[in-house]
Write a protein that binds this ligand. Structure first.
Ligand code: NAD
Ligand code: WQD
Length: 340
């Protein structure tokens, strides 16, 4: 069995990906410092997979832990999710973000190199595109992230490109996710933000469950069908499958395109998502239009042709399935992992 190191495996996307890896008969070890997640998710993945895997509570900043993992386990490839991910938080705490995301990644890459492990799938983000003049984003676009968070992602992408340039035998994917939402269809694992959610779907689900009074819609004067912001929402299960496809591709010894978008190629406005969510939940969602959020763009969606061509992967789930699964998770876990 191929052993994969997953960093940040207790998080939203990591947990769904580990479950899929186990179901595909990969052997998994994960490191997570639980700074934005709970140990309970590990139990739940094991329950759903009916399989065991190794969990190490630790920080990728800590080189000695990384060394001990690579010494103990025969790792063949790494999927690197661990990182801090809030754009607004990053602008207030640049040092923490550069240290956690960039220094953490450098430590990881250095230990991988020391142990001769040269296959990595990195969690990048559509945020690296910044405010492109064309809404449909191609991997070849010029990149100019706005937030500190986005800059950390671009820096890591560039470090990986330079490694590949210097040592072409490395096999690397920078997967640029658009807007991951949804949850496992069982409702047993899902997205569990620690603070007041800044993303649309977790906020919506908390309004629906009665934890928040109303959704604040950030602006209705964008150049979109109804004036509200449009995004490319992708089901976390599709995203997890995208990682399996990337891993399979890395296992083949060919040259690869490094930067690949993972999205559906379709965009939905805030009000369209709200209506879809109302339809799935049977709840009326009160909302109020307020001013635009700083740093938001009107519309962004993925050009998905490269992912299709290179990985043979495309998203399967539509917005109703995404909302259905997000709502099932919220209903079954009104207080998230720790308090159900
Ligand atoms: P998440 O916060 O749920 O998961 C990240 C996990 O990494 C958490 O469990 C956290 O405890 C852990 N972690 C953070 N810093 C660590 C460190 N130094 N050492 C060890 N563990 C650490 O986030 P997510 O939504 O699952 O995102 C996973 C990755 O995908 C992140 O790198 C994020 O930037 C990227 N991404 C996320 C989105 C999104 O909207 N969710 C979009 C694009 C890219
Ligand atoms: C979606 C739409 C908002 C909340 C962020 C990060 C990005 C990536 C994905 C990590 C926008 C509107 C939202 C609310 C609203 N993450 N909205 N009221 O901003 O596209 O991307 O998550 O890489 O880096 O920036 O996602 O879910 O916050 O917003 O009206 O309470 O919903 O204005 O149009 P975003 P989002």
């Amino acid at each position: 069995m191929t052993k994969i190191l997953v960093t940040g495996g207790a998080g939203f996307i990591g947990s769904h990906t580990i479950l899929k890896l186990l179901n595909e008969d990969y052997d998994v070890v994960t490191i997570d410092n639980l700074s934005n997640s709970s140990y309970e998710v590990i139990n739940r993945i094991k329950f759903l997979a009916n399989k065991n895997f190794d969990f190490i509570k630790g920080d990728i900043i800590d080189k000695s832990i990384l060394k001990s993992i690579f010494s103990k386990f025969n790792i063949e490839a790494v999927i690197h999710f661990a990182g801090l991910k809030s754009s607004s938080d990053s602008n207030n705490n640049p040092i923490s973000y550069f240290e956690n995301n960039v220094v953490g990644s450098i430590n990881l890459l250095k230990e991988m190199a020391n142990f001769g492990i040269k296959k990595i799938v990195f969690s990048s983000s559509a945020t690296v595109y910044g405010e492109p003049s064309t809404k449909k984003c191609k991997e070849t676009f010029e990149l100019s992230p706005i937030s500190v968070y986005g800059k950390t992602k671009l820096l890591i992408e560039n470090i990986l490109l330079d490694i590949k340039f210097a040592q072409p035998e490395w096999r690397i994917f920078n997967l640029r996710y658009f807007n991951p939402i949804g949850a496992h269809p069982s409702g047993i694992i899902g997205e569990d933000p620690r603070n007041v959610p800044s993303n649309l779907i977790p906020f919506l689900t908390q309004v629906a469950i009665g934890k928040r009074e109303q959704l604040l819609v950030f602006g209705d004067t964008y150049d979109t069908s109804d004036g509200t912001g449009k995004r490319d929402y992708i089901h976390v299960e599709d995203l997890a499958s995208g990682h399996i496809a990337a891993l399979r591709n890395l296992e083949k010894a060919e040259k690869n395109n490094i930067n690949v978008n993972l999205g559906t190629g379709q965009s939905y406005s805030v009000l369209e998502v709200l209506r879809a969510f109302e339809q799935c939940s049977g709840k009326n969602i009160p909302y109020k239009i307020v001013g635009k959020r700083l740093g938001d763009v009107g519309e962004l969606y993925a050009d998905t042709s490269l992912a299709k061509r290179i990985l043979g992967w495309e998203a399967k789930f539509d917005i109703l399935q995404m909302c259905n699964d997000a709502w099932r998770w919220q209903k079954m876990n009104p207080e998230g992992y720790d308090k159900t």
